[in-house]
Write a protein that binds this ligand. Structure first.
Ligand code: MN
Length: 318
């Protein structure tokens, strides 16, 4: 496997299959950078004020954990194992799909903020690949409302995955990882500690940063390879917030297609067939779909999103 070099990654605009076809900024995967540790997917949405901004009907996942982090907004999560959870900024939803789960997401009007801000949404959606040893786990869901906060010289952080600067998140992950919302307090350059066994990515979210001497705009991502025990960061504006993710390089090759992660083309074909079978006339096929992904669950979104057609080429692990 080639080792990626330090690089700045520009986001790619992607239109999601939400009710209104909302546009997100995709940072992972990219052609030149597929993973940061086991973090294999990263969509950045907003900040934006929009009706119907996040209305995603039931859809499946396999072989991964979804990690949802909000800077602003309110999202209701529902899934096929019975979880119903409103997510607020600074809290963490972690859904372990394991062998299969289905969920829906609904952006809510926030009654706790002034009316003109009530539909403000700023979110990061991440996926964590499950290692082969854990990808067939029974599905589960965790909500963490009291995450550790830690401060250093010139920075502060809320730790949602792993350990950062001595603070450890209670969230369950299956490979060495870190995920942090990092705030740079002032305008002076600060040294932010890193685990030198990890590769990292830093995504400025509310303003630009200079990281290791390189200017990174809000919404861009800078990738830092394994080996650094710290990085020098300065902010264009005091209080700039960023996402810091990292992990040991994830060595397994994956087949990622639509909302599934598997290890082969044949697995993906079967996952797709089973999900779409819930629309079948044959009750035995519907039962097989429910066995794998859970039965239809009540939500305010309604319906389910069928998997699209597969490409005409064989999906290859990478
Ligand atoms: Mn999802």
């Amino acid at each position: 496997m080639q080792h990626p070099q330090a690089q700045i990654v520009k986001p790619r605009p992607i239109r999601l299959t939400t009710r209104t076809g909302v546009e997100v900024q995709r940072l992972l995967p990219q052609a030149g950078l597929r993973k940061v540790g086991a973090w294999v997917f990263l969509d950045h949405f907003g900040p934006t004020i929009a009706d119907d901004s996040m209305v995603v009907a039931a859809h499946p996942h396999t072989g991964l954990q979804t990690a949802t982090w909000l800077l602003d907004g309110l999202v209701e999560h529902r899934d096929s194992i019975g979880s119903v959870q409103t997510l607020r900024a600074g809290e963490f939803n972690l859904m372990t799909a394991g062998r299969g789960i289905a969920h829906s997401e609904l952006g809510l009007v926030n009654p706790m903020v002034p009316f003109d801000q009530a539909k403000l949404m700023h979110a990061v959606q991440l996926w964590i690949a499950l290692p082969d040893t854990h990808r067939q786990l029974a599905p589960s869901f965790e909500h963490h409302a009291n995450l550790p906060r830690v401060a250093g010289r010139g920075f502060s952080a809320k730790v949602f995955v792993g350990t950062f600067h001595g603070a450890t998140s209670p969230a369950t992950v299956y490979s060495p990882l870190v995920g942090v919302q990092l705030g740079i307090d002032g305008l002076e350059t600060v040294m932010v500690p890193l685990d030198h066994h990890f590769e990292h990515a830093i995504i400025p979210l509310t303003g630009s940063l200079t990281v290791d001497g390189r200017h990174v705009e809000a919404g861009e991502m800078i990738f830092l390879p394994v080996g650094d025990a710290g990085v020098m960061i300065s902010a264009g504006r005091a209080g700039t917030q960023a996402l810091l993710i990292g992990g040991t390089p994830f060595q397994e090759n994956l087949v990622m297609w639509w909302n599934f992660i598997g290890r082969s083309h044949a697995e993906i074909v079967e996952m797709r067939r089973l999900w779409n079978a819930r629309g079948s006339e044959e009750s035995i096929d519907v039962a097989a779909s429910h066995d794998r992904f859970g039965a239809v669950f009540p939500d305010q979104v309604g319906g389910w999103i069928p998997a699209p057609d597969l490409p005409n080429v064989e999906l290859r692990p990478r």
